[in-house]
Design a protein around this ligand. Structure first.
Ligand SMILES: NC(=O)C1=CN([C@@H]2O[C@H](COP(=O)(O)OP(=O)(O)OC[C@H]3O[C@@H](n4cnc5c(N)ncnc54)[C@H](O)[C@@H]3O)[C@@H](O)[C@H]2O)C=CC1
Ligand SMILES: O=C(O)C(=O)Cc1c[nH]c2ccccc12
Length: 352
């Protein structure tokens, strides 16, 4: 593999390969862009089938974090880390060794809880490094706030598509009933939407069906449902050449990162089908916004009010995509790049 060609192709600044002999830790920390500030991104633990797959995931996720911060008007950079391990291989030693790697970066990378890490795991990491946010003790886990952002994104999409941002009576299919998906379902239930849910964990599906009167569907059935909104809240790359032809929903609005398998090709496939796609790093920025507020002094009201900007940003993007002919994903990338340059210029004026 040509490492520099791979890591610089999407503009990455630095990639760290961390190995701790004693605990067996193998982690990749990708810092995509720190022009505006320290790189922020939660840490994911996953049993990647190859090191190349782990690197690809870290590179794509960290670039998404740069755009996520920029679209949310957060003056911070983008990064992401992946630990290559099975969940059962997680030990205190491994997490602490990981924490020491973070600490040695002296604040260049700020991290927290992502897939397969629990609040207790983050506490272990936090024993060795101060550069952790989003713990239960501080602002609480980010997932409930991410869910609020997704709900607001759905409302913006409904407003654009149907002229009203009420979700009452709309059929919504939620894929993945994890930390974000469950909170999202609660909000949708309170907003009188009709819920369809799937998860590979049957117990979660039964729980949500019981709590919110949701219709349970098999994991592979979720794409083809005759619904108004499809909310991917499980894994990435689920918008691809196999699934897009099946989708009947007119709106895609969910929390998963890297939803488009191929950003250009699958973004265009969605546009061609007249499906309104809410760019993932815009609609799922609620968690990042919430942890960012920890860094500037946490105030719940201020954090939630910041999350409400997701609604306006999405409406701006839908209009921009419509008038320019770009996909909503392209429009959001352009907006992110514009905001980075603008913020950088403003920062230079302040420091001059
Ligand atoms: N937690 C947060 O604040 C944020 C989460 N995200 C993204 O949102 C997504 C969900 O995050 P969490 O809820 O925190 O993760 P989680 O790990 O708690 O939940 C994921 C759920 O998806 C289910 N799942 C896995 N494969 C599936 C399949 N094929 N079909 C249906 N369900 C499946 C899992 O069983 C689990 O219940 C992830 O992609 C994550 O990266 C993005 C931004 C912030
Ligand atoms: O939106 C994402 O993918 C995130 O990583 C958000 C996030 C959740 N918890 C954090 C802790 C530190 C930096 C970012 C996050």
């Amino acid at each position: 593999m040509e490492l520099f060609k791979t890591t610089s192709a999407a503009g990455h600044e630095q990639v760290l390969f961390c190995h701790d002999q004693a605990s067996g830790l193998k982690a990749i920390i990708a810092i995509h862009d720190s022009r505006l500030g320290a790189a922020m991104g939660a840490t994911r633990l996953w049993p990647y089938e190859s090191e190349a797959a782990a690197l690809t995931d870290a590179l794509r996720l960290s670039r998404g974090m740069t755009y996520k911060a920029a679209c949310a008007n957060i003056p911070m950079g983008g990064g992401k880390a992946v630990i290559i391990a099975k969940p059962e291989e997680k030990t205190c030693e491994l997490l602490q060794a990981y924490g020491r790697f973070i600490e040695r970066l002296n604040g260049r990378f700020i991290t927290g809880q992502d897939i397969n890490l629990t609040p207790q795991d983050v506490r272990q990491i936090n024993r060795e490094t101060q550069y952790v946010v989003g713990t239960q003790e501080k602002s609480g886990g980010p997932a409930p706030v991410t869910a609020i952002g997704v709900l607001l994104g759905m409302k913006a999409a409904a407003k654009y598509r149907f002229g009203s941002d009420s979700l009452k009576g709309l059929k919504v299919a939620v894929q993945g009933l994890g930390n974000v998906g469950q909170h999202l379902c609660e909000w949708l239930y309170k907003n009188d939407a009709k819920l369809f849910v799937s998860d590979i964990n049957q117990a979660k599906v039964s729980k949500l069906a019981r709590l919110y009167g949701a219709t349970a569907v098999e994991p592979e059935e979720i794409y083809g449902l005759d619904v108004d909104i499809f909310a991917p809240c499980a894994m990435g790359a689920i918008l691809n050449s196999q699934t897009i032809p099946m989708i009947k929903a007119g709106i895609i609005a969910g929390s998963a990162n890297n939803q488009l398998e191929d950003e250009q090709l699958h973004g265009e496939m969605l546009t061609a089908k007249d499906i309104l796609y809410c760019p993932d790093y815009v609609i799922n920025s609620g968690g990042l916004i919430n942890v960012y507020h920890e860094l500037i002094g946490y105030n719940e009201k201020k954090a939630i009010s910041h999350v409400h900007s997701i609604y306006d940003t999405l409406l701006e993007l839908f209009n921009k995509a419509n008038t320019t002919g770009m996909t909503t994903h392209e429009a959001s990338k352009q907006l992110a790049e514009e905001r980075i340059i603008k913020t950088q210029q403003a920062q230079m004026l302040v420091s001059a």
